[in-house]
Design a protein around this ligand. Structure first.
Ligand code: PMP
Length: 398
């Protein structure tokens, strides 16, 4: 990364931790097939098994064998949702998610409706918290799996997974949790939270791109969605990406070790950032004010539009996101912000800041000033403010 630039877009891509790179580098230089019995193969096998133990430790899985490696969070989400739905088809053909899930959860759920499943999405409130009463109401005898993200990548809101787990398990269905945004930022204990399936991404932990993991609780009935050579307990066939997997393991180990201190440090910087940015007029925090990821700040500004904010911040050397990084090519308003009750116009003026190791307390002043300049400038140019038109603020309902 360029030293003169401030990077606050870890949600879309996280710079690989130099310690992780050093650790995993040898596996990039010499490829080994972990299914081969010669020495090179055995070294690759032991690198994978070491990584499995480290990832299991990050989330307190009952045993390393409960972890399978995948190519990333999207693949983990697909295996979890499709694999449990198809394997338990005899129990019912109803699947659920929340309205603010990532597309890699929403689209597999939607895709199951082509195979005769019905699907329901649980609504969220203004702060992005899942409506638990509505959740209970929507679950039926037919429901097989509910997929809920631990924390949302666009608005940072953290869901009450333990409470959700209780509701889900009283009804005898499976709970899948997408922990891509939260892992390494807040503690996760799959046994204490009683989670059946949990998705992790290497890159979001500071590991290489191209690896992910899925935790599968012992006894969970699941089938493969991609038959092949039978790697990863037959659930994720295909030759393993040793470099990315070894790196993911080391990133998980470092994340667990550094989480308590680093998350407090980032929270202090983040809180200061929120205080400074909210001084601007017609500027609002999105997501939950307290129950949110410690490294995450997200805003919306009336009268202006996310893509221009991103570009103007970039000119000033600050890299941020408008929120829906993964589908930003479509320029549609974020389904997450819309689900929290915002209008299309309100949802368009969003900015998401995600902090990490490289951010320092001194960054706050620079980012706050760049933000002020950006919104003042854009509002001056905005045809909406010139006409003095105002959106109704505050009272956004469903
Ligand atoms: N889930 C969440 C919450 C995400 O933020 C993302 C994107 N980082 C994904 C899933 C998908 O991750 P990937 O594109 O690495 O598969």
């Amino acid at each position: 990364m360029d030293n003169n630039k401030i990077y606050m877009d870890r949600g879309s891509a996280t710079p690989i931790d130099p310690r992780v790179l050093e650790f995993a580098h040898p596996f990039l230089k010499t490829a080994g097939n972990p299914s081969a019995l010669h020495r090179q193969g055995l070294e690759a096998r032991s690198a994978i098994e070491e990584a499995r133990a480290k990832v299991a430790d990050l989330i307190n899985a009952e045993k390393p064998a409960s972890i399978i490696f995948t190519s990333g969070a999207t693949e983990s989400n697909n295996i979890a949702i499709r694999g449990t739905a198809m394997r338990n088809i005899g129990r019912g053909k109803h699947v659920m998610g929340s309205a603010i899930e990532h597309m890699s959860v929403l689209n597999p759920l939607k895709d199951l409706t082509k195979s005769g499943f019905t699907m329901d999405l649980v609504p969220v409130d203004k702060a992005g918290m899942v409506d638990l009463a509505k959740l209970e109401e929507l679950i039926s005898q037919e429901t097989v799996v509910l997929s809920i993200m631990h924390a949302n990548n666009e608005i940072g809101t953290i869901q009450p997974i333990k409470e959700i787990s209780k509701i889900v398990h009283e009804k005898g269905m499976y709970l899948h949790v997408d922990a891509t945004a939260s892992a390494g930022k807040v503690p996760i204990d799959v046994q204490d939270m009683n989670i059946d399936l949990l998705t992790l991404s290497s890159n979001d932990l500071g590991g290489p791109q191209g690896a992910g993991a899925l935790y599968i609780k012992t006894g969970t009935r699941i089938q493969t969605v991609m038959p092949g050579g039978g790697q990863e307990r037959g659930l994720r066939s295909g030759s393993e990406n040793i470099f990315a997997i070894a790196g993911m393991g080391e990133a998980a180990r470092l994340a667990k070790e550094e989480l308590p201190v680093e998350s407090e440090r980032l929270k202090r910087i983040r809180d200061d950032l929120i205080r400074q940015i909210l001084k601007n007029e017609k500027t609002f925090l999105t997501g939950h004010p307290e129950k949110r990821l410690p490294h995450h700040a997200s805003f919306r500004f009336s009268f202006i539009e996310g893509e221009s904010i991103l570009l103007m911040m970039d000119f000033q050397g600050v890299q941020i996101s408008t929120g829906s990084a993964c589908s930003s090519k479509t320029l549609e308003a974020s389904h997450v912000l819309l689900a929290t009750g915002l209008t299309h116009e309100q949802a368009h003026g969003s900015m998401v800041l995600t902090l990490g190791h490289e951010n320092k307390p001194e960054d706050v002043k620079i980012v706050a000033e760049a933000t002020k300049k950006t919104i003042d400038r854009l509002r001056m140019l905005s045809p909406i403010t010139q006409e003095g038109e105002e959106y109704p603020e505050e009272e956004h309902h469903h």
